[in-house]
Design a protein around this ligand. Sequence first.
Ligand SMILES: Nc1ncnc2c1ncn2[C@@H]1O[C@H](COP(=O)(O)OP(=O)(O)O)[C@@H](O)[C@H]1O
Ligand SMILES: [Mg+2]
Length: 236
Amino acid sequence: MSLLRLENVSAGYGAVEVLSDVTIDVAPGEVVTIVGANGAGKTTILRTIAGLVRPRSGRKLIDGRDVSALKPPAIVDLGITLVPEGRQLFPFMSVRENLMLGAYKPAARAAIPERMEEVLALFPRVRERLDQYAGSLSGGEQQMVAIARGMMANPRLLMFDEPSLGLAPMIVKQVFEIVDRVVAAGTTVLIVEQNIYHTLSIATRGYVLENGRIVMQDTGPALLRDPHVRRAYLGV
Ligand SMILES: Nc1ncnc2c1ncn2[C@@H]1O[C@H](COP(=O)(O)OP(=O)(O)O)[C@@H](O)[C@H]1O
Ligand SMILES: [Mg+2]
């Protein structure tokens, strides 16, 4: 059974429909990616899963249960966390405080010290910065804090929205190493990323989203070889 399923979901903002009839499955242990141009609706899919955007039609299922009406904290409680585009840290709070905010559900809060140790073991660079203001860190370090914060909730599914956006190539490599570490730790991942070469090469499956519709799905490596994907998204 899918950990997460969007079933024929349409969603949007005000009068504008952004997603049309989107069906996506994520099974436990998978790394799933969504490929699409700017404005295709990738962030809207992640926000819909997180409960920040409500489906207008269709259903959202977690472990087969209809959770379409649940609010964002309830989705986190069910084990799904979003690392949002642009990090969205609290700049005038310490790194430690930012991390603690990732563990706001009651069960996670009780276990903060243990969980923080587990997370910091994955992110040694973050440990060195615990007492600094989050806003004083470099872009790459802030992205690592944002991912570490997402891990604090001990999610079953961690969603990444453009984790490498705006970062220098060398830092992008480090962010992908972190993503790989999250995957290796056994966390299921749904990732949206402009740098599709890396994500498609690690993805068990990928979906191609065009104008709010899924137009193609296959294994990551098969999409990477696909002529349409190569022309439209890799420029080759
Ligand atoms: N808060 C919002 N209000 C109105 N329109 C929005 C909002 N957020 C995104 N959109 C529109 O929805 C479409 C899809 O956006 P988005 O999901 O951010 O795409 P992507 O992440 O693939 O770039 C775009 O046309 C965008 O302008
Ligand atoms: Mg986006």
